[in-house]
Structure formats: structure tokens, C-alpha cells
Design a protein around this ligand. Structure first.
Ligand code: P71
Length: 459
């Protein structure tokens, strides 16, 4: 088997800035030890997110010039609508400026006090939008999915037994929607099997509950199904994608991931009443239904991106390049969530730094050190992002996993960039005994990780 190469050549480049370790120590201190507050210019390799960081193709850029910027009924909207409808099969396609705007609209209609929303694992913005509506969000990841070292094909799967038990307990009338996130971002970018999607739909239908996909990384998920699930090896990714969507009654989508654009999203569904309510909110909060917070050029780029993402040479390269990073780290003994997911490698901070307890944020310690050592920016997905304090007892409740995510932007970095990342992570791992925990000096009431400030714990 020959090397799986980047299935593109590079026409336009963007220089990256080199800094010294001393400069980075100062930058980090000024940013309150929060990588979200570091200026991107001061980052050498930016693995903060794969969201909105893709490199667009020449055809997408050409589409930008073609964008019809009419307020109502723009040609670009109809291209976007046609592509999205053909792919998902949903009747109503509502453009939004990004994924969370779709979530905000959906949960402001379906949410509210006394409502419950199950998911394999809610990502932070989904959870936040549910909670903001007054409702509650629940995760039903399988036990296998919670085991960071187990190697299995579909660790993003929903725990179907627990889901059904929950529906019976809370009453289907209090559960407006069941969701599955593909791939399961907060659970390690792990794929969900077609079987699990189908069975989740069956359970939801049995209780008369609509079923939605959080579809951000649908193509990566479909590629895993092709490679790993029995009966799918000979199907095209496009066919697999269509089958995945066929089980759902709608979806939220951040186009910033698998639509290969820098901004955009949509909300889609089959229910006309829900679509009408959503469009009414859209007009107040996002814009007219044929642009919904996006420019015509953005809609063109999404339509083109949704086509390109299904190129199986691209998907093979994409999944392989993430796996490559995972393999090199594993070979060096660095504990990562296994197996590598679709868009990122997740370092297991609990096993990397067993002596730093969750309330002292081991993931944050790794993230800061990685920036210091190599100018690499990752993100903590652990107690900083998802930790809670019990209102009654004041006790800190950590989430099940303490992770550091190294997300790989699509079509942006080459293999030598990744080799450099490997070298830096290995260096941080070699010096792990010297790392210290962190404490908050500021935290906002919601989505605190974006704006929090920290200080190193010295003891
Ligand atoms: C990611 C993001 C963007 C992000 C969010 C929080 C911290 C850092 C970066 C966004 C998602 C997502 C899923 C499964 C909905 C959204 C919201 N992910 N569902 O992974 O992963 O989409 O950003 O377009 O609003 O870095 P949006």
C-alpha cells in the first residue's frame, strides 16, 4: 500500500509566524492561560478546532464570485436548497449563520422547563441552547464509548437500553426530540453505526418522538460506516449519507465542518408546522428565509463544499491523516482516546497526568504546555468545558472524560506539520512530571471555557 497523499495541490498559501518559547510564555500569561484568548497570529499550528477553518477549493472560491446577493429569492439560495435537499431528503431547509443558530431556533420552539433532550453526547453549544431554554440535556453514550482505551468500531453509538428506559421514566410527552450527533464530537469524534441510527429512530418512533441528527460531520461518519459496518463496503458514501438522513426527521448542521466553509449552517426538517415556526424565528433573529444570516456567496460555497466532501479520495486522506497522528502518538506511548476519531485526536489527560485531579484541570495543563513548547493550540474538553458545581453541596462534579483535543482543519496542514505536532506532544509527555494544575481567576456563568482566565497552581 502506497502513502495516502493529499488529494489536491496548493495554489494559495498563508505564512505562519514563528515565536520563541520565551515570547510564548508571556503570550500565554497575558491570555490568562486560556488558548481561546491567544491571538491566532501568535499560533504556529492551530488545532483549536476543525470548525470554520477549512481551506476552500478553487471551485468554492469561484462560487463566491457567483454569489447572488439579492435579499429575497437569490439564485444561490436555490442552489444551496437543491443540494442540501438532495443530500438529506428533508423537505424544509432553513439556512442559519452557523450550527448554534439552528440549535437556538430549534430549542426555543421545542425546549422550555420540564422538557428533556437525549443525545449520544450533546456538544457544548447544543447543551447550552437546551439549558438556556429551561430544558435539560442528557447524554446516553454506551459504556464502551466511555472507555477511552477500548478499540471498537462505533464508540459514538447511543446506549439504546438506557435511552428507552429514560423515555419511559420521563414520559414521551416531555421529550420533544431525540438526537444523535455524528460523529460524536464530545465523545472523541467517534462514529455512530447505521444500525444504531436506525434503532434509535425505531425507539423514538415507537413513542411518537421526532428524531434529529446533529449532522456537522456526516461525511466522516459515513466513511467510517463504509469502512467498518457490515454490508456497506460496496456502497458509495453518498448512498450511505442518504440512508443516514433517511432515518431522521430533521437535522441541525454546522456547515463549518463537513461543508468545508468558513461560516454557515442550516436547520432542516420534514414537519411543515415546525418549519413555519422556525422560519418565523429566523426572520426575527437571522434574516429572510432565503439567506438566513448568510451572504449569497456563502450559500454557493456550502453547496459546492457539500459536493466535494463526498469525494472518497478526500475522505480516505482525511480519515488517514487523523489516524496517522494517532498512530505516531500511540507508538510513543502517549495515551489517547482510541481508536482515532474522524476530525481530531483526543489526548487522555487523566492517564497523561494522573497526579493532577480533575478540579485542577489536567487538560488545561497539557494545552498550555503544548503551546509553550511548540506554539501549537489545542483545546481542553474536560472539567473546564463541562465541569459543574453542585448548587446544593458546592461540590465539584467532573465530566466522565478529561481530554485535550487536537482538531485537524480540513485541507490545511500537510504531513510535515503533523510530524512536528507529534514531536512536540512527545516532548510534553516526556516532561509531564513537571506539569502543574490550574485554577480559575475568572469564569462566566455559561460556556465558561471561551472567556475564562486561569492561574497556574504553585504548591
Ligand atoms: C468544534 C465546534 C466549534 C467549537 C465549539 C465550542 C468550542 C470550540 C469550538 C461545534 C459544534 C459541534 C457539534 C457536534 C454543534 C456545533 C455548533 N463545534 N454540534 O468542535 O461540534 O456549531 O460552531 O457552527 O455553532 O470545534 P457552530
Amino acid at each position: 500500500m502506497k502513502t495516502i497523499i493529499e488529494p489536491f495541490k496548493i495554489k494559495s498559501v498563508e505564512p505562519i509566524k514563528f515565536t520563541t518559547k520565551e515570547q510564548r510564555e508571556l503570550i500565554l500569561q497575558e491570555a490568562g492561560y486560556n488558548p481561546f484568548l491567544i491571538h491566532a497570529e501568535d499560533v504556529l499550528i492551530d488545532l483549536l478546532t476543525d470548525s470554520g477553518t477549512s481551506a476552500m477549493s478553487s471551485k468554492q472560491w469561484a462560487g463566491m464570485m457567483e454569489g447572488d446577493e439579492s435579499y429575497a429569492g437569490a439564485k444561490s439560495f436555490f442552489r444551496f436548497e437543491k443540494t442540501t435537499r438532495e443530500l438529506t431528503g428533508f423537505k424544509f431547509i432553513i439556512p442559519t449563520h452557523q450550527g448554534r443558530a439552528a440549535e437556538k431556533i430549534l430549542f426555543s420552539i421545542l425546549g422550555g422547563a420540564g422538557k428533556y433532550f437525549p443525545n449520544n453526547t450533546h456538544f457544548d453549544t447544543t447543551r447550552a441552547n437546551i439549558e438556556y431554554s429551561g430544558a435539560e440535556a442528557f447524554d446516553f453514550l454506551t459504556e464502551l464509548g466511555k472507555d477511552t482505551s477500548a478499540i471498537a468500531d462505533f464508540k459514538g453509538d447511543m446506549d439504546l437500553v438506557a435511552l428507552e428506559k429514560f423515555i419511559k421514566e420521563k414520559g414521551p410527552e416531555n421529550i420533544p426530540l431525540v438526537m444523535i450527533t455524528v460523529t460524536n464530537n464530545a465523545g472523541g469524534g467517534q462514529p455512530v453505526s447505521m444500525g444504531n441510527i436506525r434503532k434509535t429512530k425505531e425507539i423514538a418512533s415507537r413513542y411518537g418522538i421526532p428524531f434529529f441528527l446533529d449532522a456537522c460531520r456526516f461525511a466522516e461518519n459515513a466513511f467510517f460506516i463504509k469502512k467498518r459496518e457490515k454490508g456497506y463496503a460496496d456502497k458509495s458514501v453518498r448512498e450511505i449519507v442518504k440512508e443516514m438522513f433517511s432515518y431522521a426527521d430533521g437535522c441541525t448542521m454546522s456547515a463549518k465542518k463537513d461543508a468545508l466553509v468558513n461560516m454557515g449552517g442550516f436547520l432542516a426538517m420534514n414537519d411543515s408546522d415546525l418549519a413555519m415556526k422556525a422560519r418565523n424565528i429566523l426572520i426575527v433573529t437571522e434574516g429572510f428565509p432565503t439567506y438566513g444570516g448568510l451572504a449569497g456567496r456563502d450559500l454557493e460555497a456550502i453547496a459546492q463544499g457539500l459536493d466535494e466532501i463526498l469525494d472518497e479520495h478526500y475522505l480516505q486522506y482525511r480519515i488517514r491523516s487523523v489516524e496517522y497522528l494517532g498512530e505516531k502518538l500511540t507508538d510513543a506511548g502517549v495515551p489517547i482516546l482510541q481508536p482515532p476519531g474522524g476530525h481530531a485526536i483526543y489526548i487522555d489527560a487523566k492517564r497523561f497526568l494522573p497526579d493532577i485531579p480533575p478540579h485542577e484541570f489536567p487538560g488545561q495543563a497539557i494545552v498550555c504546555e503544548l503551546y509553550k513548547v511548540g506554539g501549537i493550540r489545542g483545546v481542553e474538553i474536560g472539567s473546564v468545558m463541562f465541569g459543574k458545581t453542585d448548587k446544593k453541596s458546592g461540590k465539584f462534579i467532573p465530566p466522565p472524560l478529561e481530554l485535550v483535543r487536537l482538531a485537524i482543519p480540513r485541507r490545511v496542514y500537510t504531513q510535515s506539520h503533523i510530524d512536528y505536532v507529534v514531536e512536540c506532544v512527545i516532548e510534553v509527555f516526556a516532561n509531564r512530571k513537571k506539569l502543574k494544575g490550574y485554577a480559575f481567576t475568572y469564569e462566566a456563568p455559561m460556556l465558561r471555557h471561551f472567556t475564562a482566565r486561569f492561574k497556574p497552581i504553585t504548591k
